[in-house]
Design a protein around this ligand. Structure first.
Ligand code: ZN
Length: 288
C-alpha cells in the first residue's frame, strides 16, 4: 500500500551507495527533530513530526533552487515531553537520553561525511530545546558543524537566549544558530492569515498544518469549529506549564484556538521554508 511516509524523500529511502556519494560530497544534512505528543482531541500524536518532516522536505526543494543539494535525515521523534507527559500518548525520554541518542546518530552521519548539519525542530518544550543546545555543543566539540535553524512557529515562543527555559546552558553562538527572519512576503502573509493571538499547541497553526497537508490524519467525528479556545492569556499558560498543570488548564490538551484554523493558513509553512532555505544558503555562502 502506498501512502504518506515520514521517510519519503529522506536518507532512509536511499541506498547506501547513494548515501556514500552524498556524504563524501559533504552535502548539507537537514535534520527534522520532533516528538510523539498529545495534540488535543483533534490532531494526531505525530503532528510535530509531520511538521518537521514537511519543513525539511520544503527546505530541500528551495535549496535546490539555489543550486544546493541537500539530504534530509530520517525524522527523529523520541524527544522530551516534560510539559505534556501527563497525557497518554506523549512519549518522553530523559533529556540525557535524547542527548546521547541524537548526538550519536548525528556523529554517525558526520563520520560518513555529512559534517554540515542543520537541525529543524518542531517542538517547543523548554527541556527538549535545552537538550538540543547540548547536542549542538557536543557535536561541535567533536568537529561536527551542527547548527539550530530557528524559525517558523517554534521561533514565536522559544527564546534561545532566555535563561529561564535554558537554565545554566550557554546560549548558542552565531555559528551554532541561524535565526530566520520573515521576508516581507512571509510577514504580510502571517498578518493576513493569522487569526488568533495565542497559539502554542494544537491551536490555529498546527490544526491548519494538518488540514492543509495531512487532512486524512484529522480525528474522525471531531468538529474542530466547536472546540473552545484555551486559555485566554499567555500568563495562565506559563503558570500552568511551570507548575505541571497543563492538563488542569486544558483538559483537551490544546493551547490556542483550533476553531480558527483553515487549510489556507498552512501556506505559512511553505513561506517559512523559503525563508529558512535562504538563510541556510546565506550561512553556507559565508562558510565557504
Ligand atoms: Zn506540536
Amino acid at each position: 500500500m502506498k501512502g504518506y511516509s515520514i521517510f519519503a524523500g529522506t536518507l532512509a529511502d536511499m541506498t547506501w551507495p547513494q548515501v556514500e556519494e552524498a556524504a563524501e560530497a559533504n552535502t548539507p544534512l537537514l535534520v527534522p527533530v520532533a516528538v510523539i505528543e498529545q495534540h488535543g482531541h483533534h490532531l494526531p500524536l505525530a503532528t510535530d513530526t509531520y511538521g518537521a518532516h514537511l519543513l525539511c522536505t520544503l527546505i530541500k526543494g528551495e535549496l535546490a533552487n539555489f543550486g544546493i543539494a541537500s539530504v534530509v535525515a530520517p525524522p527523529y521523534y523520541f524527544g522530551v515531553n516534560a510539559s505534556t507527559s501527563m497525557f497518554p500518548g506523549s512519549l518522553t525520554v530523559r533529556p540525557e537520553t535524547m542527548v546521547t541518542v541524537l548526538t550519536e546518530i548525528l556523529e554517525n552521519c558526520a563520520q560518513w561525511g555529512f559534517r554540515r548539519q542543520f537541525i529543524v525542530n518542531h517542538h517547543g518544550d523548554p527541556q527538549h530545546n535545552r537538550a538540543l543546545v547540548q547536542i549542538i555543543h557536543s557535536l561541535r566539540a567533536r568537529g561536527v558543524e551542527a547548527t539550530y535553524v530557528l524559525g517558523g512557529l517554534i521561533a514565536g515562543f522559544v527564546d534561545l537566549d532566555d535563561p529561564a527555559p535554558f537554565g545554566e546552558s550557554a546560549p548558542l553562538s552565531d555559528e551554532e544558530l541561524i535565526r530566520v527572519q520573515d521576508s516581507e512576503t512571509t510577514g504580510a502573509a502571517r498578518a493576513r492569515l493569522t487569526r488568533s493571538s495565542l497559539d502554542v499547541h494544537a491551536g490555529e497553526r498546527e490544526t491548519s498544518l494538518i488540514m492543509r497537508f495531512f487532512p486524512e490524519t484529522l480525528a474522525q467525528g471531531v468538529d474542530v469549529r466547536s472546540i473552545e479556545p484555551v486559555p485566554d492569556d499567555m500568563r495562565a499558560f506559563l503558570r500552568a506549564e511551570t507548575s505541571g498543570g497543563w492538563r488542569e488548564l486544558s483538559p483537551q490538551g490544546h493551547i490556542g484556538d483550533p476553531a480558527r484554523a483553515a487549510a489556507e493558513n498552512g501556506e505559512l509553512y511553505q513561506l517559512e521554508a523559503v525563508d529558512m532555505a535562504a538563510a541556510i544558503a546565506e550561512f553556507l555562502r559565508r562558510q565557504s
